[in-house]
Design a protein around this ligand. Sequence first.
Ligand SMILES: Cc1cc2nc3c(=O)[nH]c(=O)nc-3n(C[C@H](O)[C@H](O)[C@H](O)COP(=O)(O)O)c2cc1C
Length: 282
Amino acid sequence: MCDSLEFVRITNQLLTEKMLLRIVPELASGGCTRAGVPVRVQLLGSDPVCLAENAAFIASLGAPGIDLNFGCPSPTVNRHGGGAVLLQFPEQIHAIVAATRRAVPKHIPVTAKMRLGLSDTSLTLDCARAIEAGGADEITVHARTRSDGYRPPARWEWFAQIRETVKLPMVVNGEVWTPEDSQNIRRISGCTDVMIGRGVIIRPDLMRRIKSGDEAMIWTELLPWVIDYYNQLCVRMDPKHAPGRLKQWLGMMRTAYPEAETLYRILRTEREPAAVGKMLAA
Ligand SMILES: Cc1cc2nc3c(=O)[nH]c(=O)nc-3n(C[C@H](O)[C@H](O)[C@H](O)COP(=O)(O)O)c2cc1C
């Protein structure tokens, strides 16, 4: 199982400690979540020098690892030359990884996450090789191109070829929703490490079930964590935005838990943070 990631957009300025603590509050507690999960800081940008300088500073603040994003499909990010558009330019990927690796102390891992390509897979292996040659410590592959968006299925058949091409430790990602999917992606890829995105948002106990074979949690067991999340939102952000965030999460969980649907409907029209807190606890 892989660490958690938190992404930071890098432009041409050196971010301040204050800005970084707002985006990655875990930096104030040894780079770990309250549950002790290390949070690597993921950088999104295109300029090797700016990325490297920011990476060095973030490492000095105690980040347990620096990850480089070569997969984000967001049009805004891509317009600024970052994320998945870099998959057209393996040399630039190499330059970014190499500069970042040089700037960050050796004991802190520098890793990279890529999609298979922008609109096709003609440069998939070149990009993976560029990441390895740049000195990355690990590669995560989301088995889709940018054009694939989030449409299923993910192209798991690509993992084996990438694993044979680069010798780096590899994390596989895409369309893991159940413990069975996790077993299947491991078998097909030959990799042991799996990254899960939407699956753990929708079923927050998924990692635990995969790791220990536990039974799925029922809604009444999950609800205290939902309440805790909401309370944290109210402390960490402008409380007026907290109800919206909560509703976003409940909206995603509706596919797995009928009780999330009920709660979503009850809260849908309520915008007042304290009222939402009361309704949650009721
Ligand atoms: C709401 C959301 C936020 C995401 N944020 C990031 C991110 O910051 N960095 C990143 O590399 N991938 C990000 N991803 C992509 C996921 O890490 C993952 O690659 C993708 O969802 C496919 O995996 P899945 O099928 O398990 O969801 C995000 C995905 C979602 C749905």
